[in-house]
Design a protein. Structure first.
Ligand SMILES: CC(C)(COP(=O)(O)OP(=O)(O)OC[C@H]1O[C@@H](n2cnc3c(N)ncnc32)[C@H](O)[C@@H]1OP(=O)(O)O)[C@@H](O)C(=O)NCCC(=O)NCCS
Length: 236
């Protein structure tokens, strides 16, 4: 008996924006035993940034964000201590979004400058928005900031030569409970997106962007990643 598989909901190229996604699922139609079609949601996966997919990240950012980031930016976001927070997101086998962050004040002992996850870019290709992908990227980064999982590289002993086995492990990165992001003034959709996750508007930063209009940004801060994750994990 012939079995025919058809699929919908995919595009030939991840950045082929002329071909909007037609569905949010793969449809597998079985002709034969069953007349009913089965609808399966594509798998959503997160992948670490590497030199090999850095071009994909650049492409997504350039399509979504009206800022041209430097080569240094793209080099810095590949840093091993950011591996767990900086991710590409795949919808099925298509890379459709990415999140890039850095940590500030990690070694600060000044209570006024707490360790902070700074969200540098968060981008989802337009046809794939409102599917929860942006939220998934951000929640993943917040969770990893709070619960570091990647051990930092070992610190070699400078005084005497060491063999690989003698290299002392460095202390784990601090847990980071605070996050911030700058949202361009007027980007109400993004503001709403961050507010839903508990970010609060703190101040208007004048002339934050040198080559964009409007030039001003809204600084949004999440003071308690724990409560955001708690609320989310409890399903609210
Ligand atoms: C912000 C962004 C990453 C959200 O991605 P996403 O995958 O659509 O996010 P989610 O599906 O998890 O959440 C969608 C919610 O975000 C809000 N939102 C974000 N951008 C929006 C927009 N342009 N218009 C309307 N609502 C928007 C809405 O509240 C929306 O809820 P809804 O689906 O019920 O309408 C995506 O819109 C984007 O890439 N925007 C352009 C770049 C940008 O502004 N980045 C943020 C500054 S760093």
């Amino acid at each position: 008996m012939a079995v025919v598989y058809t699929t919908t909901g995919t595009v030939s190229s991840p950045l082929d924006l002329d071909h909007q996604v037609k569905g949010e699922y793969q449809q597998i139609q079985l002709n034969g035993n069953s007349k009913k079609g089965m609808k399966l949601k594509p798998k959503v996966t997160l992948t670490s940034l590497t030199v090999n997919n850095s071009g994909t990240l650049r492409k997504i950012n350039s399509v979504v964000i009206p800022i041209v980031y430097s080569d240094k930016f793209y080099k810095d976001v590949l840093s091993s201590d950011l591996e767990e927070v900086n991710k590409l997101i795949y919808y099925g086998d298509i890379p459709v979004g990415a999140c890039c962050c850095r940590f500030d004040n990690l070694n600060s002992t000044n209570g006024e400058k707490p360790p902070t996850l700074v969200i540098l870019t968060l981008a989802v290709l337009a046809p794939y928005r409102s599917l929860g992908l942006g939220r998934a990227l951000l929640l993943h980064a917040l969770k990893e900031a709070l619960h570091p999982t990647t051990p930092p590289p070992p610190i070699p002993n400078k005084d005497k030569p060491t063999t690989r086995g003698q290299v002392a492990p460095s202390p784990p990165r601090k847990s980071v409970k605070r996050a911030l992001v700058h949202v361009q003034e007027g980007n109400e959709g993004a503001k709403r997106f961050y507010e839903r996750l508990g970010f609060k508007e703190i101040e208007r930063v004048e002339n934050f962007y040198s080559k964009l209009e409007p030039r001003h940004a809204i600084l949004m801060v999440l003071d308690d990643i724990v409560s955001t994750l708690g609320e989310t994990l409890n399903g609210s």
